[in-house]
Ligand binder design. Structure first.
Ligand code: ATP
Ligand code: MG
Length: 505
């Protein structure tokens, strides 16, 4: 028997007048009350959110459900499809008895529906439309994260960018960065750096090695042009917002690059979008799946930038949802800014688990209706403990919620369907071909063959030594020296950097 009073008392805290995302119905004593709906007002989606839970508890389906309703409300979304199980958004769901029973139980007039999906991949070997960013645009902070650099190496990279930025020198791809680092560690380059500190050979060596690893993991096909324009993500098809699905392709073996790229996107959005104030619905909602990848081993500077970006992007009308197994994966300064909480079941096997559980319980408003420690470990699949911000910005009552089933297909649609959808996308013509515009590397490379025509006197031991040897040879060539001299005194527009060390336009 449902305790209608309790369920409806809870739901009254969610009864917003304006448009909202319907999550599902309140559950008391294992029974859902179809009359007691739990909703997130669209107007407070720019106050961000968290979707958490143990594996298999329904996090991804919750993201799917949120994305669907946002699309129907005309709001475009960006979803990181780490496990490749969100492509079903492009096709109507299959329904079935179990699903329709669930929908009925919670007062959901379920209908199979498909959504306008734009499939995107990092680099050129994925199935979606290839997207890229230039090294210059990424900037030293994000790149240091991708390269796994320590604080000293991070600041060395900062110095290298500073040198290039001041000269308006475009570092488009990894080859460009490599040639600039090699120049700055050469005798000639060292002269240039006088007054701003030098680039130590040790740090430069580490950075070059990390760069090689990154290239081997597909970074070389991601860094370059044409660079993604964020406006291409803010589209509508008819009245529906576009669902941008970013896949982590099989060859793309660097999840850190993936999550850092998402942070770059957010930083780009911050730079590009005008101040919006409080809107009745967000301009875009961004879902960060596997968010722990972003926070693990992150430097203080990096974490500070995430915190700042999340704080400030709100006023641009962008909502951010982090998705992770445990809320404790998200650092407190970020966690405390997440207004909506959809917490799926937590496993509490080990003492560590228990600690995380009681920490999680403490982050909820008090409730007389549930024993939260018990509730959080006994939630069914596709159920969650929810609290969001009401339209007045106050936390809503804690609600054990049975979530709506997604209306699109649960699961993947298959490789061919993704490929053909990507090929017929409007973005295909714009982004499918890599443009290798002449930049630092090309200018240098032109000179290298003549310079290194004679074999080097000492036999190089490893690849790096060989690179360095080649470079020394190249530096003996007056044409190469003059290239760098002209770069060093170039009057190109100086690159300025934003909150995240990303390039300002
Ligand atoms: N809202 C829902 N409606 C109906 N079924 C659901 C719902 N949520 C979850 N399920 C069922 O539970 C299964 C697992 O859900 P999901 O893939 O979302 O889990 P997850 O938390 O993302 O797991 P993982 O951490 O492994 O990625 C789904 O395949 C589906 O059968
Ligand atoms: Mg999942």
């Amino acid at each position: 028997m449902t305790d209608n009073n309790a369920a409806q008392q809870i739901a009254s805290g969610y009864a917003a007048g304006g448009a909202a995302v319907d999550l599902g119905a309140v559950v008391i004593d294992d029974a859902a009350d179809a009359e007691a709906q739990v909703r997130i007002p669209l107007a407070t989606l720019n106050r961000h959110g968290l979707v958490a839970g143990a594996t298999g508890t329904g996090k991804t389906k919750t993201l799917q459900l949120l994305a669907e309703q946002l699309s129907d409300a005309g709001v475009p979304v960006v979803l990181a499809d780490i496990k490749g199980d969100l492509s079903g958004l492009a096709q109507p769901g299959e329904g079935g008895d179990k699903l329709t029973a669930r929908a009925q139980d919670i007062g959901d007039d379920w209908q199979a529906t498909s959504y306008p999906v734009q499939f995107l991949s990092l680099g050129t070997s994925g199935r979606g439309v290839p997207i890229r960013a230039s090294i210059t645009s990424f900037g030293p902070l994000l790149l240091a994260k991708v390269l796994g650099l320590n604080a000293t190496q991070e600041s060395t990279l900062g110095l290298i960018f500073h040198w290039a930025d001041q000269r308006g020198l475009a570092l488009l791809d990894t080859k460009d960065l490599r040639s600039v680092i090699q120049y700055l560690t050469s005798d000639e380059g060292k002269e240039d750096l006088k007054g701003i500190g030098g680039v130590s050979a040790a740090s430069a060596g580490v950075i070059l090695r990390a760069l090689s690893n990154l290239e081997a993991q597909g970074g070389d096909e991601f860094f370059g042009e044409p660079e993604l324009e964020v406006a291409d993500l803010l589209q509508q098809v008819g009245a529906q917002g576009v669902v941008n699905l970013l896949e982590l392709s099989e060859v793309q073996t660097n999840p850190v690059l993936f999550s850092t790229f998402l942070m770059w996107l957010l930083a780009e959005l911050f730079e590009e979008l005008p101040e919006a104030g409080d809107l009745d619905r967000p301009k875009l909602v961004f879902f960060f799946d596997e968010a722990h990848l972003l926070f693990n081993d992150a430097s203080k500077a990096f974490l500070d930038s995430i915190e700042q970006t999340v704080k400030l992007i709100r006023s641009k009308g962008v909502g951010v949802f982090f998705c992770t197994q445990l809320p404790t994966d998200v650092p407190n300064p970020v966690l405390s800014q997440l207004g909506a909480r959809v917490q799926h079941a937590i496993r509490a096997f080990t003492p560590e688990d228990q600690k995380a559980l009681s920490r999680t319980v403490k982050t909820y408003p008090t409730t007389e209706h549930y024993d939260l420690g018990q509730a959080l470990t006994s939630l069914g699949t596709g159920e969650a403990i929810v609290t969001v911000l009401s339209e007045t910005g106050a936390p809503t009552p804690v609600a054990w919620t049975r979530l709506r089933p997604p209306r699109s297909l649960m699961g993947a649609i298959g490789e061919d369907a993704v490929r053909s959808s990507a090929r017929s996308s409007q973005l295909h013509a714009k982004y499918s071909e890599t443009i290798d515009r002449e930049s630092a590397y090309e200018k240098l490379a032109q000179k290298v063959p003549e310079a290194s025509a004679e074999p080097s006197a000492e036999a190089p031991e490893k690849g790096e030594a060989q690179d360095a040897g080649m470079f020394q040879k190249a530096m003996e060539n007056p044409a190469v020296r003059s290239f760098f001299r002209s770069a060093a005194s170039a009057v190109g527009r100086e690159v300025t950097r934003g909150l995240f060390g990303n390039r300002r336009r």
